[in-house]
Design a protein. Structure first.
Length: 395
């Protein structure tokens, strides 16, 4: 599915307004999610956006495919050192101030740009790009809603294949394969340095409560010390909570959701904790309204959990491994803005899409919780984009 030209034009126009405000005369983008967002192709390209006029797409690999996918003019990129000449040959002036994505750009690549533009001041525009991308258009919301329709079917399939004694990895492979067969794109893009995982966190029992390097309340034990997140080779047992925390993506747009399954009933204590997680999620959804500060919402939710539940020490992890957020932006990347986190100064806006994930982690027992993706729309709270039933799934 091609990104409509009207959608691309609006994205370029919005960025150019922000460039004008900062006195930046052009932006050179190279990060995959950003170039896809502004050019309409995920090929290996640079995108140059002047402060006025149409952008240039410079394709290194594959030129023919980039040309067929992007609605903008695409020219071959022969060398990074020749980019200034390419800009001038397109009839555009060289910028005196050039914006780059300094939050993700490698130092050696930055040095190459600095040498290619010796008389140009290089500045960071990553914040402007991330904030612009945090507000989704109607076209983008429709893509996320397409992604949402995969997860309920994956869970129905889980009911068919899940049985005591199967390993977490076996379950993960079956569910990931089913999601792919239903149209899941497979690539989970993240902006954070060294952030990596496979399908999500499909893990059960004590393994789900195992901490790891990934910044999440639930990471799983993983299959080895080299791959320390996600499913393990441990067998799934009767009566333990099975976490299916899964990201699906259609046409580049991701959605993040979590449900808890069990083979046979969970204990009364874990069932109560799960129902409390649902209450926290609903309270969080209602708190996500335009104009609020994300960090204030986080503190409100944390205070409510401390004052109204017996699970203060288990909320979003335990001990030193607790994470300091309850929600994160979702879109072309899994770690977009805003983050509903401690100290966040981001002001919530209509159209922001957030995965909210209240979870309780019990050492030596397991994890219960829930996660849904919502869009901020009105004073009554955010709207669920997830369409999966929210009840505990007992097989």
């Amino acid at each position: 599915m091609r990104i409509p030209i009207k959608e691309l034009q609006e994205r370029i126009s919005n960025l150019q307004v922000n460039l004008q405000k900062r006195g930046i005369e052009g932006a050179l983008l190279v990060q995959r999610a950003d170039t896809l967002y502004f050019s309409g192709t995920a090929q290996n390209v640079h995108v140059y956006i002047p402060v006025e006029g149409k952008p240039m797409v410079l394709a290194y690999r594959d030129f023919a495919r980039a040309k067929s996918e992007s609605s903008w003019e695409v020219i071959p990129l022969k060398s990074m050192s020749k980019i200034p000449k390419d800009i001038q040959e397109a009839g555009l002036p060289l910028p005196r101030v050039l914006g780059l994505e300094l939050d993700v750009l490698r130092v050696n690549q930055y040095e190459r740009y600095r040498k290619s533009f010796p008389e140009v001041t290089l500045v960071d525009i990553s914040a402007e790009i991330r904030l612009q991308r945090s507000v989704k258009s109607e076209w983008e919301l429709a893509r996320i809603e397409e992604s949402a329709r995969i997860f309920p079917l994956v869970l129905e399939f889980a009911k068919e294949v899940l049985h005591p004694g199967m390993t977490e990895v076996e379950l993960e492979g079956l569910l990931a394969g089913k999601a792919r067969a239903l149209g899941h794109g497979g690539f989970i893009r993240m902006r954070g340095f060294d952030s990596e995982f496979y399908a999500g966190a499909i893990t059960a029992g004590v393994q789900a409560a195992t901490r790891s390097s990934f910044d999440s309340p639930v990471t799983g034990q993983g299959i080895s010390i080299a791959h320390p997140n996600g499913a393990s080779m441990e067998q799934i047992q009767m009566g333990e909570p099975i976490v299916v925390d899964m990201v699906t993506v259609v046409n580049g747009y991701q959605i993040d959701q979590t449900r808890i399954l069990s083979i046979g009933p969970l204990s009364k204590e874990l069932t109560m904790a799960y129902e409390m997680a649902r209450l926290v999620e609903e309270k969080l959804r209602r708190a996500l309204i335009p104009g609020r500060v994300a960090g204030e919402v986080y503190e409100e939710i944390l205070t409510w959990v401390c004052d109204n539940t017996p699970y203060e020490d288990n909320f979003m992890g335990y001990g030193a491994s607790r994470v300091s957020y309850v929600g994160h932006g979702v879109g072309l990347e899994l770690d977009e803005l805003p983050t509903i986190s401690r100290g966040s100064k981001e002001v919530l806006k209509t159209g922001m899409v957030v995965a909210i994930e209240p979870k309780f982690v019990f050492p030596s027992v397991g994890v219960v919780g829930i996660e849904d993706t919502v869009v901020i729309e009105a004073e009554l709270g955010a709207r669920y984009l997830s369409v999966t039933p929210r009840e505990l799934m007992v097989l």
